[in-house]
Ligand binder design. Structure first.
Ligand SMILES: [Zn+2]
Length: 173
């Protein structure tokens, strides 16, 4: 995988499967060919402005199929030196063993969280962030678990019921 040569149409290459693969640095963050393919295919199916956002602001990693952890170079989270682009803002961790029938919707769902600026470290994270991400994923045309609004709503209701049942002293944080 290499950058386009002089004379190539940069704009077209940027949007091609090869261009998306290169710009996301998938060879560094994702070991698994199948998962790399799912990520590229998912991005090509997104609305154009969301696809550009994902390429510029998201980086994807997985731990692979045979590892418990992985150490990756920090440059993964720096702008591509060959492009004058902002620093990536979101690190998306994907499971290589996600069921194939759901895989695209799961990746799109994670991109939806980034697009909706769902910051897990922030107290402003909406309670129904999963339902919001699933709804948007469905609006983008994906089907499967990542776009299953009813399933995510049930999970939210379950966790709310669990929290309500806990003694108040254990509700901190
Ligand atoms: Zn989610």
């Amino acid at each position: 995988m290499s950058a386009p040569k002089d004379g190539d149409d940069l704009a077209d290459w940027d949007q091609s499967a090869e261009g998306i693969h290169y710009r996301l640095g998938l060879d560094v963050g994702i070991d698994d060919d199948q998962t790399q393919g799912v990520i590229v295919e998912t991005i090509t199916r997104l609305p154009r402005n969301v696809a550009e956002y994902a390429i510029e602001q998201c980086r994807f990693v997985s731990v692979g199929r045979a590892n418990l952890g992985i150490t990756l170079p920090g440059r993964l989270l720096q702008p591509n030196p060959q492009e004058s682009k902002p620093e990536p803002r979101w690190l998306i961790v994907v499971e290589d063993r996600m069921p194939a029938k759901w895989a695209h919707s799961v990746v799109a769902h994670e991109i939806a969280h980034a697009w909706l600026k769902h910051d897990r470290g922030s107290p402003d994270l909406p309670v129904d962030c999963e339902v919001q991400a699933a709804t948007l994923t469905g609006e983008w045309g994906f089907t499967g678990r990542g776009a299953d609004v009813a399933w995510h709503r049930r999970q939210l209701e379950k966790s709310q019921a669990l929290n309500a049942a806990k003694p108040a002293t254990r509700n901190r944080g």
